[in-house]
Design a protein around this ligand. Structure first.
Ligand SMILES: Nc1nc2c(ncn2[C@@H]2O[C@H](COP(=O)(O)OP(=O)(O)O)[C@@H](O)[C@H]2O)c(=O)[nH]1
Ligand SMILES: [Mg+2]
Length: 398
């Protein structure tokens, strides 16, 4: 019989590494097509493997989606590579897929990692992928047989008794769940378990999963990429904010207002650019909201400083002495003369010792003004003349 007249099934095996995907693929095809036990050797090039065979008068194609349940597990495969391999690999082998075979391991608790793997598969292929095309294969059927040797309980009895997450998953797959013993040697039993699987695949009422269905799940894959990139973006945001506060503190300290205002403008546009970068990376996935909020708070701090420092007039800015400029301290208790420049006149005031910090500045200004300098000189001359007169008088009288 030619391939064209045969019933054809394309099965995609997904699940955590070590659950028995490759072994199941071999059991279905009845040949050593995939290499089992490669749990820790995950090559980016051959993440997806393909093989086919004629089994029981059917043409069966199996895609072994190694690593499809494995981001963050022992067999680490980074998200970018995984998505890349699936996108390129899957559609290189098939035009459509009749069933997504979720491979689980009998006798192992349905842990958080298993649950995460299921979520990952949904993110990769679409949230409704298991509901519409999922069939659960429970490997290690030999262990099941040993466990139930005495009770003679069937696998159907077993999965109907299940509760919690595993029950939810079985229900989600519309009870399409079969037991597989990949170590089975008996040819009849091997054929029988394969037929049971094909019957569950046939029970799927939906049209096969296509490239279009895969494209519809693009948003989920994008979200995975943002999630993978999130720690990097989070630390970049943290670093940005720490640096910003250090720079603001430094500006506050140096008091060079005009220079600072230029620096503030630069900081402001850096923050705006950083916010745009975060939003672009997120690309609608909605995961960077918290980071964007932190940048907005930082932007507000810069804006506040801009307003505060803009209140200082240019004249004030010029008058602010640079930090390194030596200050000449007047002697304590010493009084002096203060020169104040009003709107249209200059006046001189006495200043007291409590204001000694302002003294040298006033004296400098006083001496640098012509009228004040003249008054000062005249006063000096009068004092000197009085001293001379009193000395002369003293001498004459004595
Ligand atoms: N006893 C038993 N061992 C199995 C069964 N299926 C797989 N294994 C073993 O489980 C290990 C992992 O299987 P493998 O097919 O490499 O898993 P994969 O990483 O999901 O492809 C291998 O040592 C297999 O021999 C099974 O039904 N019964
Ligand atoms: Mg494998």
């Amino acid at each position: 019989m030619s391939d064209a007249t045969l019933e054809q099934y394309t099965l995609l095996l997904v699940g955590r590494t070590g659950n028995g995907k490759s072994s199941t693929g071999n059991a279905i095809l009845d040949k050593p097509a995939f290499k089992p036990c490669n749990a820790n050797i995950v090559s980016n090039d051959d993440v997806i493997e393909f093989s086919s065979a004629q089994v029981d008068g059917r043409s069966i194609q199996v895609i072994d989606g190694t690593g499809t349940g494995d981001i963050g597990s022992d067999a680490k495969l980074d998200t970018v590579s995984l998505i890349d391999c699936i996108t390129k690999g899957l559609w290189g082998f098939a035009n459509n897929v009749n069933a997504i075979i979720l491979v689980l391991k009998y006798g192992v608790r349905f842990t958080k990692q298993e649950k995460d793997a299921v979520e990952l598969i949904k993110s990769l292929f679409g949230q409704d992928v298991l509901k519409k095309w999922g069939v659960i294969v429970m490997t290690h059927g030999d262990n099941f047989e040993m466990d139930n040797e005495d009770s003679k309980a069937t696998f159907e009895d077993w999965f109907k008794e299940q509760t919690g997450d595993i029950q939810t998953l079985i229900t989600e797959c519309d009870n399409r769940c079969v037991l597989f013993n990949n170590r089975e040697k008996d040819e009849d039993k091997k054929l029988h378990q394969c037929q049971r699987l094909i019957n569950k695949v046939k029970a799927i009422q939906n049209l096969p999963y296509t490239k279009e269905d895969f494209q519809k799940a693009e948003k989920g894959r994008k979200k995975l990429l943002v999630q993978a990139n999130f720690p990097k973006m989070e630390s970049e945001t943290k670093e940005m904010i720490v640096q910003l506060h250090a720079k603001l503190a430094e500006m506050e300290k140096n008091g060079k207002q005009r220079e600072n205002s230029e620096k503030l403008n630069v900081l402001y546009s850096q923050l705006i650019n950083f916010k745009t970068y975060l939003e672009n990376e997120d690309d609608g996935a909605g995961l960077v909201g918290r980071l964007v909020q932190q940048v907005e708070v930082a932007l507000l701090s810069v804006k506040t400083k801009m307003t505060q420092w803009a209140l200082v007039t240019p004249e004030d800015k010029q008058d602010t002495p640079p930090e390194e400029e030596p200050m000449i301290q007047p002697p304590i208790e010493e009084a002096g003369v203060r020169y104040n420049k009003g709107k249209d006149m200059a006046c001189i005031e006495l200043f007291t010792a409590e204001e000694e910090d302002k003294g040298p500045k006033c004296l400098d200004r006083l001496l640098s003004h012509k009228r004040a300098r003249a008054i000062f000189i005249i006063a000096g001359i009068i004092v000197i003349i009085s001293i001379i007169i009193s000395v002369v008088c003293t001498v004459v009288l004595s």
